[in-house]
Design a protein around this ligand. Structure first.
Ligand code: SF4
Length: 373
């Protein structure tokens, strides 16, 4: 069995009560069967508290009115862990912020940037992120698993990683190139011609492809009005997602107000001002955006082995970075011309919490871009 993880994986340590937020509020924590049986067998007053705090029908912990887990105490520590020890935590709590994607004979383990500490580690990493693999004993077979498609996806991800991490090119060109690969792969997958994907990889690694993308992007950005309407429309789609934290809606509306309310001229000017300021004051911003795009690609792209939706998955990675960039710009305006690393970490982990902790939201985000030929 092959295990892969990003190279920053071992830097992570949970900050527990030193954490600026908590991972035990806002979303439903699903309890696995083994832990549920253990909780139901506990005796005494803590056993009673356990049974009173679990929704057995849904296999979830109950939450307080402000959506905190029933076991999260005032110091942001877990009463269940304090009473029964770490080994009694359910699988969800034990694993978080680890995110595991399962494939035949492969486990891809990432760390979710919905944890502020992970977001910090990723935003502070300067070197391009690499995946590290370890082979361990054990084999397994999955029903209906397509190993050929999986192997093409792994190859495609490696090619796209090289492109995304080619820092000689602006990130917008790199993003355009990987979207081109995903689009052309999707066309071939839809017509059952997987093997010709090799041609796609070769085509997009040529300098002529970068020149083509540059020309297309120049045309797109030249029409300022069209770009403004496209951005406003795309950002507005975030309202179609299920809301996990009630204050997120106000954050989205505020971002829209600061960016889009005064039309295309002001939008373009504010974006330009932020870009100019960031070049001088936040020179690593493009590296941070690259790390985020690679993060979303690493986490979700190979999941296309189960539904074939390669383009939608790559679009989700690129769009997520677009959404974050818009939020950074809006925060810069709100801060009257300032944006620091803490703002960035906060926006990254809050965005990730809304998107990545809801299967509904991950599906809806992909649905925005399902490509049919
Ligand atoms: S959000 Fe991360 S650092 Fe904070 S308590 Fe949870 S796992 Fe620990």
């Amino acid at each position: 069995m092959l295990y892969t993880k990003p190279d920053y994986y071992d830097k992570f340590h949970c900050l527990a009560d030193g954490c600026e937020d908590t991972c035990c509020a806002g979303w439903q924590i699903v309890i696995d069967d083994k832990s549920l049986r253990n909780y139901q067998m506990q005796k005494g007053s803590f056993g009673k508290r356990l049974r009173d705090s679990i929704d057995v029908k849904e296999s979830t912990f109950r939450q307080t009115k402000d959506k905190r887990c029933a076991f999260l105490n005032e110091e942001n520590l877990c009463d269940l862990q304090l009473a029964l020890g770490e080994e009694a935590l359910c699988k969800t709590c034990r694993n978080y912020p680890r995110h595991i994607e399962e494939f035949e004979n492969v486990r891809e383990i990432t760390l979710s940037v919905s944890c502020p500490e992970v977001a910090r580690i990723l935003m502070e990493q300067k070197e391009p992120v690499q995946l590290v693999s370890v082979e361990k004993e054990g084999e397994e077979e999955f029903e209906d698993f397509d190993p050929f498609l999986y192997s093409f996806l792994v190859d495609a991800r490696a090619v796209m990683r090289d492109i995304l991490q080619d820092r000689k090119k602006p990130l917008s060109i790199r993003a355009g190139l990987v979207l081109g690969i995903a689009h052309d792969m999707q066309v071939r997958i839809n017509r059952g011609d997987l093997f010709s994907c090799e041609e796609v990889f070769r085509k997009y690694q040529k300098e002529s492809a970068a020149a083509f993308v540059k020309k297309k992007l120049t045309e797109k950005f030249a029409d300022k009005d069209a770009f403004y309407h496209w951005s406003k429309h795309l950002f507005g789609k975030l309202h179609e997602l299920e809301l996990l934290f009630p204050d997120w809606e106000a954050h989205l509306s505020e971002t829209e107000f600061l960016l889009y309310d005064m039309g295309s001229y002001v939008y373009e000017k504010r974006r330009r001002n932020f870009g100019k300021w960031a070049k001088e004051n936040l020179p690593d911003l493009e590296i941070m955006l690259e790390q985020l795009m690679v993060y979303f690609m690493d986490t979700y792209f190979c999941g296309a082995v189960y539904d074939g939706e390669v383009y939608a998955k790559m679009r989700m990675a690129v769009d997520s970075v677009f959404y974050l960039y818009e939020m950074f710009t809006a925060r810069f305006i709100k801060n009257e011309g300032e944006l620091d690393k803490e703002d960035i970490i906060l926006l990254v982990y809050r965005f990730s919490r809304e998107l990545e902790h809801s299967d509904t939201n991950l599906e809806r985000m992909e649905q925005f871009h399902i490509y049919r030929t």
